[in-house]
Ligand binder design. Structure first.
Ligand code: 13P
Length: 251
């Protein structure tokens, strides 16, 4: 039985003070989620990680939005995995479409990062998804299939058992044009089939999230799909009230 997972990706939003205020306001909700067998988390900017980690309930997952695959070196502007671990961070989003688009994040680079995270006993949340042009050209499965196969290349079943995959169609991110639950289920099921081909039985344990314009009104519909184990939420995770509603609406 896979536990439901709701992860808020704050992207480049919130000052440290705002992130801390959110964390302090989320304690009761984190307890409720735990009692209801839901894993709950947020991914603040690097700068706010420490404040959120310290202010939030210990059950709240605090994830980074990116990391470098090397432990240190001459990489200006980057943050390494040991730096995250020092703060007690054990989750990290990898390959978000905004990083693929604006920062030239390739499947190969994602693969290096995922391997480094797993070696460090951290949980990667690996994002995949097609652009609007690829969707319209009927290339979704081809693109997503390549992202999954190349991003998770050379890993073993044992290594991927805690990994999370997030399917986020690029055309649905921040646009209000969410993919239908049929599309989400179809592609999340397709991802699980590839995971089965690559890693066997452990594919049944790997959580697959849907992301893209998830809101309190539609979150339940996605989470009712057999292959959708949770949601990666942008805009609707920024305000504590709507974040609370995301949780209460799936109870
Ligand atoms: P929105 O929920 O704002 O569409 O963002 C989705 C996303 O990119 C989460 O990583």
């Amino acid at each position: 039985m896979r536990r439901k997972l709701l992860l808020g990706n704050w992207k480049m939003n919130k000052l440290i003070s705002e992130a801390k205020e959110f964390a302090l306001a989320s304690h009761e909700l984190a307890d409720l989620a735990t009692k209801s067998n839901i894993d709950l988390g947020v991914a603040p900017t690097f700068l706010s990680l420490q404040a959120v980690k310290e202010a939030a309930n210990k059950n709240m997952i605090v994830a980074a939005q990116n990391c470098h695959y090397l432990p240190n070196g001459a990489y200006t502007g980057e943050v390494s995995i040991p730096m995250l671990k020092e703060l007690g961070i054990s989750w990290c989003i990898i390959g978000h479409s905004e990083r693929r688009t604006y920062d030239n994040e390739t499947n190969e680079k994602c693969n290096l990062k995922i391997k480094a995270l797993i070696e460090n006993e951290m949980v990667p949340v690996y994002c995949v998804g097609e652009t609007l042009a690829q969707f319209e050209a009927g290339e979704t499965k081809k693109v997503v299939g390549e992202q999954v196969r190349n991003g998770l290349k050379d890993l073993t079943a044992e290594q991927v058992k805690n990994l999370v995959v997030a399917y986020e169609p690029v055309w649905s991110i921040g646009t209000g044009k969410n993919a239908s639950s049929e599309i989400a289920e179809n592609i999340c099921g397709f991802i699980r089939d590839i995971l089965k081909e690559m890693f066997g039985k452990v594919s049944e344990e790997i959580r697959i999230l849907y992301g893209g314009s998830v809101k309190p009104v539609n979150v339940k519909e996605y989470l009712s799909c057999p292959n959708v184990d949770g949601a990666l939420v942008g805009g609707a995770s920024l305000k504590i009230d709507s974040y609370k509603e995301l949780v209460t609406n799936i109870l």
